[in-house]
Design a binder for this molecule. Structure first.
Ligand code: FAD
Length: 377
């Protein structure tokens, strides 16, 4: 790293971006080929940088897989070629759009390629992922592409937000199957036949599955452990025919790296050799490891920030930046390594706000001084 920095806070995020060397070294065999919901910026640079300084890492193989990344549906196949077209659907791209949990939370139903349900859609991420992987690998009539289908009634999409669903549809990630009378081709067999034609889901099997799902609202066992049935009644065939439905193809995708740099209660990065703090090197956020153990609860990234960003690393680093230090750029600097800092560096003893961290950062990270190329998002 060029320049002399009195304290460095690494906030470079995780390492789930496809194809980066940290991920390649850490990922267990079964996860190596998965697509990722992460942008290229999650490249593991902070881990690599700190490792060069002797930093320790923990739980590097603990990677959270999100069950539902969107697989683009592609163009609608020619009439009558739904199943054939689905069978040759391309594999997911390396980076996929996240299909949010809310799609299932609002009543979305997961179907394998044979049109059957195979899991409680509201179960934990790892449980749903394991069931999807088994279903897509052949068990339950999958098609071997790690891809299953997410089907939503119009009411489920209404609860989720039709505008957002329309956004996904505009990007080719979801498709609305309109009621037959409104279909451009005039229908020809009902809404489930139209679904079959679009993605190759067998209409008769889907009809039976959704009928059972609609009945499950009354407590009839549905073959999964699902106990809460959002919008189940809206899957009654007569209602689907009247209101249409929506469909997406989804696949498990790498989402979050629980592993990362070992750090102290003051967010100091710890040495691999001695487990003692590496002087003036701090880390915060997803670049750190060990906070969540083997599995992060979804939506808990704020914990990373609450634990390590504002409470600890900013304070600790400002303790150093308080002192007069000579650097090639002047004096009293803390460097927050990220491209857009949200970390105000506070004087921990008196609560004064130090000179703006953002301004300081952008001043510091000129192309000539930037330690690693900023990964663009
Ligand atoms: C699609 C998606 C949805 C998510 N939804 C949620 C959610 O609902 N709730 C939740 O709690 N969590 C969610 N997460 C996880 C959460 O977004 C991340 O854990 C969190 O953003 C990590 O914050 P961070 O500040 O550590 O790193 P990031 O937000 O990843 O920021 C790292 C920054 O460092 C920069 N950087 C990296 N390398 C370098 C370098 N070499 N030089 C300079 N700059 C560099 C990057 O460009 C980036 O700006 C989601 C993640 C994804 C991918």
């Amino acid at each position: 790293m060029r320049g002399v920095w009195y304290a460095v806070v690494l906030t470079t995020g995780g390492y789930c971006a496809p194809g980066n060397p940290v991920l390649a070294a850490a990922a267990p065999a079964g996860l190596a080929g998965l697509p990722s919901t992460n942008a290229p910026l999650a490249s593991g640079d902070g881990v690599r940088l700190a490792a060069r300084l002797g930093a320790g890492t923990v739980d590097m193989d603990a990677l959270q897989v999100h069950p539902t990344g969107f697989v683009p549906l592609g163009d609608a196949p020619p009439a009558g070629e739904g199943a054939a077209a689905a069978a040759v659907a391309p594999p997911p791209p390396p980076t996929v759009f996240l299909a949010p949990e809310a799609l299932r939370g609002c009543g979305g139903v997961l179907l394998d390629a044979a049109g059957g349900r195979f899991v409680n859609e509201l179960d934990a991420r790892d449980v749903v992922t394991a069931a999807m992987t088994a279903a897509a690998a052949g068990g339950g009539g999958g098609d071997g592409r790690r891809r299953v289908f997410l089907v939503l009634s119009a009411a489920a999409v209404g609860a989720f937000g039709e505008a957002t669903a329309a956004f996904y549809a505009a990007r080719g990630l979801m498709a609305r199957i309109p009621p037959p009378s409104a279909a451009a081709d005039g229908g020809g067999g009902g809404v489930l036949a139209a679904l079959d034609a679009r993605v190759g889901l067998p209409a008769a099997a889907v009809a039976a599955t959704l009928a059972a799902y609609a009945r499950s609202v009354g407590g009839v066992a549905d073959g999964t452990s699902k106990k809460v049935f959002p919008q189940a009644v809206s899957y009654e065939l007569e209602r689907l025919e009247r209101e249409g439905l929506w469909v997406a193809a989804v696949t498990p995708a790498l989402h979050y790296s629980m592993g990362g740099l070992t750090f102290s209660a003051s967010a100091e990065v710890l040495s691999a050799a001695t487990a003692k703090p590496i002087r003036r090197l701090y880390a915060a956020g997803e670049v750190t490891g060990g906070l969540f153990g083997g599995n992060r609860l979804g939506g808990c990234s704020l914990l990373d920030c609450a634990v390590s960003v504002s409470a600890l690393s900013a304070r600790s680093s400002s303790r150093y930046s308080e002192r007069e230090v000579s650097t090639r750029y002047g004096s009293r600097r803390s460097l927050v390594v990220r491209s857009s800092s949200m970390v105000p560096i506070n004087d921990d003893s008196r609560g004064r706000v130090n000179r703006g961290a953002d301004a300081e950062y952008s001043e510091a990270l000129t192309p000539a001084t930037q330690p690693c190329a900023a990964a663009s998002s």
